[in-house]
Design a protein around this ligand. Structure first.
Ligand SMILES: O=c1ccn([C@@H]2O[C@H](COP(=O)(O)O)[C@@H](O)[C@H]2O)c(=O)[nH]1
Length: 269
């Protein structure tokens, strides 16, 4: 983030984008799509975020493409955040942690998105794997979709919302880490002033992944209102808002560059 700015670009090979890029909706089209994004952007953006679902839908051939994209992006200097939103009982979580956070795995990534909705404690194997390998996690706290509120804003017996409980756990993981720890939260850029209105503290000492800029309607100018004083820790994430400019590499770079400039103007990077 210090050297490249905080922008994260998602690699989301929607069938509609493959078509728009003149590619077939098959593993060869998927591979060309992923390779084009990595070649265009991995040497300049801080984070590339492959959305695992779009690779998984092609089965083992899609996963092979994902493995190559992860390796190539990391080799070019980008951090890779695997958006897989894994979450399960602890013993199964250990296997997910081995898949994404163990350096010997072909899908090893710098971080993975995880769902804390089987209870934050169920994520312990991922936390431990991240500590062991120097990687990280991003736990879903306040997601960008409107349906998330019914779970995430629910109030527990201690008077805190579920999201606040998740954020408090992340803050404890990051204690003592400077300038930021490796235990991030996902907080949608689409949430407007609702976080401040609810008095939710986003100071977890970790990065805040902010999806929702672009196709979901949020803009870089919304970030200060959504994140308040925590805006400096935000990693804004954009997928379709950049990808729709492909397949031309220069156009992808220009789109990412424009967004990076707009984000820099509001977060001060
Ligand atoms: O709260 C969340 C968590 C994750 N996502 C993911 O981010 C991208 C958004 O894509 P856009 O094209 O920029 O809308 C996608 O992979 C989602 O699964 C999210 O949107 N919200």
């Amino acid at each position: 983030m210090d050297t490249r700015g905080p922008l994260c670009v998602g690699i989301d090979p929607h069938a509609s984008l493959l078509q728009a890029w003149g590619l077939d909706d098959d593993p060869a089209g998927l591979e060309r799509f992923a390779r084009t994004v990595v070649d265009a952007l991995a040497d300049r953006v801080a984070v590339l975020k492959p959305q695992s679902a779009f690779f998984e839908r092609f089965g083992s051939r899609g996963i092979a493409v994902l493995e190559r994209a992860v390796a190539d992006a990391r080799a070019a200097g980008a951090l890779v955040l695997m958006d897989a939103k894994r979450g399960d009982i602890g013993s199964t979580m250990a296997a997910y942690a081995a898949a994404y956070l163990d350096p010997s795995s072909p899908l090893f990534s710098d971080a993975v998105t995880v769902s804390p909705y089987l209870g934050y404690g169920s994520l312990r194997p991922a936390v431990e794997a991240a500590r062991a390998s120097g990687s990280g996690i991003f736990a879903l706290a306040l997601t960008s979709n409107p349906e998330g509120a019914e779970v995430q804003r629910a109030v527990g017996a201690d008077g805190r919302t579920v999201a606040e409980t998740v954020l408090a756990h992340l803050k404890a993981e990051n204690a003592g880490e400077e300038p930021l720890g490796s235990f991030g939260a996902v907080v949608g850029a689409t949430l407007g002033g609702t976080i401040a209105e609810a008095g939710i503290d986003l100071e977890t000492g970790g990065p805040l992944l902010a999806p929702g800029v672009g196709a979901q309607g949020a803009t870089p100018a919304d970030l200060p209102k959504v994140f308040g004083p925590s805006v400096a820790n935000v990693v804004p994430s954009v997928s379709r808002g950049v990808l729709r400019h492909g397949p031309n590499a220069a156009a992808l770079r220009a789109a990412a560059g424009r967004l990076a400039g707009e984000i820099g103007a509001v977060v001060g990077s």
